[in-house]
Design a protein around this ligand. Structure first.
Ligand code: TYD
Length: 215
């Protein structure tokens, strides 16, 4: 049985990742693939507990390296407990955020830079890299306006300052520009249908050769 592929979805706050993930899963399943869907931080019972700590505004400010270590502690649980077994069983894995989020939020946003993220990535998932990274890109103010409209209480990251979120966005775009073979940037300020269409085209082009334009 051939190993599955890892597809990760990235983007800033209010980028509309959920809509995009639904489209990726439907596209792959429509082409007969078996799909395992997961998210980070989270994806296993222990990693979901770490997520709770990381996202709860009551946690308060964390030292940036502590925050990064917690992200990677959760990631290790998800890689070992859910992502690797699914890939080995031939399933495609669609993950809502992965190590690129650590580059963007902790490396760029919190100012740690790429070195600690690369070091921890080498330790936590030495042989695992996404086959495709989709970056849902929206201007920070557009994303924040969407969150305000949803009316949910902001989590610990959504409450962050605009300049932090601008650094997150810039880091995603810089890293995507440096790796055009693996990253596709999707303009997520478009209407949901247009975003879904762009997502499906990107998945078909990268992972389902011969399927492009098929119904
Ligand atoms: P997510 O569930 O995608 O939240 P949202 O749907 O609000 O975008 O991600 C949770 C938060 O965790 C998000 O604000 C980004 C942050 N995060 C990091 O800072 N570093 C990471 O490595 C990961 C995976 C997430």
């Amino acid at each position: 049985m051939s190993r599955g592929r890892l597809i990760t979805l990235e983007g800033g706050e209010g980028a509309g990742k959920t809509t995009a993930i639904d489209a990726v899963v439907r596209c792959l399943e429509g082409h007969g693939r078996s799909v395992h869907r997961t998210r980070e931080p989270g994806g296993t019972p222990a990693a979901e507990k770490i997520r709770g700590l990381l996202l709860d505004p009551a946690t308060g400010a964390l030292d940036p390296l502590t925050e990064l270590l917690l992200m990677f502690a959760a990631r290790r649980e998800n890689v070992v407990g859910s992502i690797e077994p699914a890939l080995a069983a031939g399933q495609d894995v669609v993950c809502d955020r992965f190590t690129e989020a650590s580059h963007a939020y902790q490396g760029g946003g919190r100012g740690l830079g790429p070195a600690p993220v690369e070091a921890l990535g080498g330790l936590v998932h030495p042989d695992l890299e996404p086959d495709l990274v989709l970056v849902l890109d929206v201007p920070v103010e557009v994303g924040l306006a969407r969150i305000r409209k949803r009316g949910d209480a902001p989590d610990r990251f959504e409450g962050d300052r605009v300049d932090f979120l601008e650094r997150v966005r810039r880091t995603y775009l810089e890293r995507a520009a440096a790796r055009p073979d693996r990253f596709v940037v999707i303009d997520a300020s478009q209407a949901p249908d247009a975003v879904r269409g762009a997502v499906v085209r990107a998945v078909e082009k990268a992972l389902l050769p011969g399927a492009e334009g098929a119904p």
